[in-house]
Design a protein around this ligand. Structure first.
Ligand SMILES: [Ca+2]
Length: 401
C-alpha cells in the first residue's frame, strides 16, 4: 500500500521541481545541466520524503448546516447535539445529521431584536434526571424579560416544564438579554442577565436583575449562601453585578470566567467572585456608540478591573474551557481566541484555528475532545474544529485548580 501511494505521489513532486528551479539565482543555470538534474533529483526526493512523512493538515468539519439564527448548543450523553434557534426551535443533530423534526414543548418566546430562544444546557445529572435548561426572551414588546425554564426531555418532547426565573423588572427594549447558562459543581445554576441596553445605571443597584449574574438552585429556589441573600435591599439571586451584556460563561476548575460586550470598545473577560462589582457603567475602556463619553473613570475603588480588555471591540459571544485554556468566540472579529490562565492572570494568545473566520455565536468542548463552534445568521453551521497541533498548544499543563 505504501509503495502504491508513493508511486502516485511521484508526478506531483516532479511538477514541483521546475517551480523550485525558477526561484534559484539566474547564474545557477550556468553550471552543467547534468549537475542540475542530479540536484533536482535529490531535491525531488527531499520533497518526496517530507510529503510522505507529514500528516494530513488538520481540517475543520461541518457537522450541520442550514441552521436559522442559532444561539447555543449542548451535548447529550447519547451523542446527540441540541441546538437552539432564536425564533423558538430546539433542533437535534443525531448521528452527524440535522433532523428535520424539532423538539416540541418549547415555551413561547419573544422573538425581536436580540431576543428569542437563547441558551440550552443539559443538566450534569441528565443520565438520571433527563433535565435540561433553556433561557429565552419572554413577554411582549412593551414588557419583556429574560426567563429560564427547566424541562424533562422525553424523546422529542419536553415535559414537566418549570419556570425557574424571570428577570425583574420587565423592560420595553429588545436588546441586551445576556442569557448564558452555566451549572456549577454543586448543581446550582448561574445565568447572565444583561443591562437591557437602556437601563445601564441599574447594573450598579441591587434591587433589580439588570447587568447581573444570578445564581439559583436547579428547582428555581435561591441558595442561602448567595452573597446578598441576607440583605433586605438586594435581590437574593444576585451573584455578581456591574455587567453589561455577558454572553460567555465558563467553569475552569473552581473559577468562573465571564465575557461581556462593552459599548464601543471595552469588551471584557472577568474572573467572577461572588458579591463583586465589575464596574459597568461607572468604569469602562469603551465609549458610547455615538462617540460620547460614558464615564470619566476607567478605575474606581471597589470595582474590579477586567482580566482582559478588548478595545477596539471584538464582540465576544461565548466562551469554553478546553484542555486547560479558555477559548472565546466573537461576532465582529469572527475568530476563536485562545486565552491562557496563568494563576490569576489571563494571557490573550489571539486568534487560533485560521480556518474559522466568520461571525461566531457559541463554542463548547465536545465529549470527543474537539472544540465545536456555531456560526451566526440565517444559514449557519455547527463546525467541529481540528485538534490543535502540539506546536500550537500553549498551556494544557497549566490547568487551574
Ligand atoms: Ca467591567
Amino acid at each position: 500500500m505504501r509503495q502504491l501511494s508513493n508511486l502516485f505521489s511521484v508526478p506531483i513532486n516532479l511538477f514541483s521541481v521546475p517551480i523550485n528551479l525558477f526561484s534559484v539565482p539566474i547564474n545557477f543555470f550556468s553550471v552543467p545541466t547534468r549537475f542540475i538534474l542530479v540536484l533536482a533529483s535529490a531535491f525531488s526526493h527531499c520533497v518526496f520524503a517530507q510529503t510522505s512523512l507529514s500528516p494530513a493538515p488538520p481540517v475543520s468539519k461541518t457537522i450541520a448546516k442550514g441552521l436559522d439564527s442559532p444561539w447555543a448548543f449542548d451535548f447529550l450523553p447519547n451523542g446527540d447535539i441540541l441546538v437552539t434557534e432564536r425564533k423558538g426551535k430546539l433542533r437535534v443533530i443525531q448521528n452527524g445529521a440535522l433532523m428535520g423534526a424539532d423538539i416540541s414543548g418549547i415555551p413561547d418566546v419573544f422573538y425581536a431584536g436580540q431576543g428569542g430562544l437563547l441558551d440550552v444546557m443539559i443538566d450534569r445529572d441528565f443520565a438520571t434526571n433527563q433535565r435540561l435548561y433553556l433561557s429565552y426572551a419572554w413577554g411582549e414588546r412593551g414588557a419583556n424579560a429574560l426567563r429560564i425554564m427547566s424541562a424533562k426531555l422525553d424523546g422529542m418532547q419536553l415535559r414537566e416544564q418549570q419556570i425557574l426565573f424571570t428577570a425583574q423588572p420587565l423592560k420595553d427594549t429588545s436588546h441586551h438579554y445576556a442569557g448564558r447558562l452555566l451549572q456549577l459543581a454543586d448543581g446550582t445554576l448561574l445565568a447572565t442577565v444583561g443591562d437591557g441596553f437602556d437601563f445601564r445605571e441599574q447594573a450598579q443597584t441591587l434591587d433589580n436583575h439588570f447587568g447581573k449574574v444570578i445564581r439559583i438552585n436547579n428547582d428555581g429556589t435561591v441558595p442561602d449562601d448567595n452573597p446578598f441573600y441576607d440583605r433586605n435591599d438586594a435581590l437574593p439571586e444576585i451573584w455578581s453585578y456591574g455587567h453589561r451584556n455577558q454572553q460567555g460563561l465558563a467553569l475552569a476548575g473552581q473559577h468562573v470566567y465571564e465575557n461581556e460586550h462593552g459599548p464601543k470598545g471595552g469588551d471584557e473577560v472577568n474572573r467572577l467572585t461572588p458579591g463583586n462589582n465589575y464596574g459597568w457603567p461607572v468604569i469602562t475602556q469603551g465609549i458610547d456608540y455615538n462617540g460620547a463619553q460614558i464615564t470619566p473613570y476607567q478605575e474606581y475603588e471597589g470595582m474590579e478591573q477586567p482580566g482582559i480588555d478588548w478595545t477596539p471591540s471584538i464582540a465576544p459571544s461565548s466562551m469554553a474551557f478546553h484542555e486547560g485554556d479558555l477559548y472565546v468566540t466573537s461576532l465582529v472579529e469572527g475568530r476563536v481566541r485562545k486565552i491562557q490562565i496563568d494563576d490569576s492572570h489571563l494571557i490573550d494568545h489571539g486568534p487560533v484555528f485560521p480556518e474559522v473566520d466568520e461571525r461566531l455565536r457559541d463554542i463548547a468542548s465536545g465529549p470527543d475532545g474537539h472544540l465545536y463552534v456555531l456560526t451566526d445568521g440565517h444559514n449557519a453551521e455547527l463546525i467541529q474544529l481540528p485538534k490543535e497541533s502540539p506546536s500550537n498548544k500553549v498551556s494544557s499543563s497549566n490547568a487551574p485548580e
